[in-house]
Design a protein around this ligand. Sequence first.
Ligand code: XIL
Length: 547
Amino acid sequence: MSRTRRAIAVGALALLPIAPAVVTAVVAASPAHASQPLRAHAEARGKFIGTAVATTQLANESSYRTIAATEFDQITAENAMKWESTEPSPNQFTFSGADAVVAFAEQNGQQVHGHTLVWHSQTPNWVENLDAAGMRSAMNSHIAKVVGRYADNPVVRSWDVVNEAFNEDGTMRDSFWYRKLGGGYIADAFRAARAADPDAKLCINDYNVEGVNSKSTAMYNLVKTLRGQGVPIDCVGFQGHLSLQYGFPGQVRENVQRFADLGVDVRFTEIDIRMKTPRDSAKDAQQATYYRNVMDACLAVSRCVGVTIWGFTDKYSWVPDTFPGEGAALPYDENYGRKPAYTAIHDALAAGGPDPSDTTPPTAPGRPSVSAVTSSGATLTWTAATDNVGVTGYDVYSGTTRLGSATGTSLTLTGLTPNTAYTVHVVARDAAGNTSPASGTVDFTTLAGQSTGCTPSYRLVNSWPGGFQGEITLRCASAVTSWKTTLIYPSGVGVTQAWSSRMSGSGPAYTFTNADWNGTIPAGGSTTFGYIGSWNGTGTPPAPALS
Ligand code: XIL
């Protein structure tokens, strides 16, 4: 990173007594020992552990400051960087709170995650009341000004560019942004943020997207589509406002992994785990397990860069005001005493970690055998590797490209290219990150797919209340005599009829194959077919995921 440290006006914060030298000692510590603060253990694992901070408490309470400084190496302003705080009136910017948070981080060796630029909430009414052109320009200038202010500051590393863009069913939230600007506001916001700071990691953030569900799948599809279009999106944030009464979300680690496999970083951005009050020891224990699960999910995936909790003490939490009857969501109690949740976070970071003195790699796994080859997949099976401590997983490679990972001794590869020869091998790894020699290689060729060489692209032709007309153009690099393409829509959208193709499926996936007369496309040629969709939202109908 080519950043230079820029002195920033620290205002009132310059007066604050900040917890002294503690952090220097912590940062130097490696490997982590059980007696150390969370941040030392996190750093030893290559992750951050963060907290949201409130500027009032940062300014007024030394116990609050000390814990924030010593236990955490990342902070997020709970409110101070939101639009209502930074630009309360058009083009009138106030950065006192935001600067105070950044100054605190600078003094304590912490990184700052900027939260948040484009959101439907805590944004002043004047923004909502603008016409489309005015709103677009307000968005761009807000991003330029806020991100630009910290672009040269090395502690401000990342931003939530767009917050809470989805509904629970995976359709786009009908916010004033979406209503006035259409779904394209998201790509525009990311481009504006990249222009303002080419080095910052740019994230999309949401709640109820921790596990695999309709909402997280819509987010996944959007991130994939945007990255395919070259939109600068680097990370996703899972807020993680959980409640014991709803259970722990399903497939969190798998969800982190699938985003990581898109090439984006993943962060847990706003973890709190609330319970019906009053607390008791059973609820505390269950809460500790949930915190542990979150930590373990992040620790299991290298692209998960860290976990931020939404405040750290039950003395100051948004939960009781927002969810009546619930509270006690954080790892410290109201008197700054550590709860079982603290121990769970600590132990996940420290005790569950690999033994850094283990430098012995696993043995090579057996040469894989191949079965069930299709146009897009194949199943590989191999004999286990052994390790002095234990094999924790296997990665399957084609050359240097990782095709997939498994914890057991077989893997069904998906997403392969039709009619393509693959030479694959398997590598075992252990908890300390040691990797085995490669197994022997195996060759196979995927079957010819009907749409070999053709790439689909989508165009919205027209929409009306209740429906829309979509169009797909297939452009073929090589000649084909038949084709097939699949659209996947979020729930709430259906395809009701199609022309110039044969459609099958009833959602969320619809498969289209050529009609009798348009299967043959020469190399470099294209064909187009159309369809009618039903949809009960407003604004721009969501684009399908294409394959
Ligand atoms: C909350 C803050 O904690 C409160 O102090 C404020 O009154 C409302 O916002 N999702 C987000 C956060 O992205 O910004 C929200 O923070 C919590 C939900």
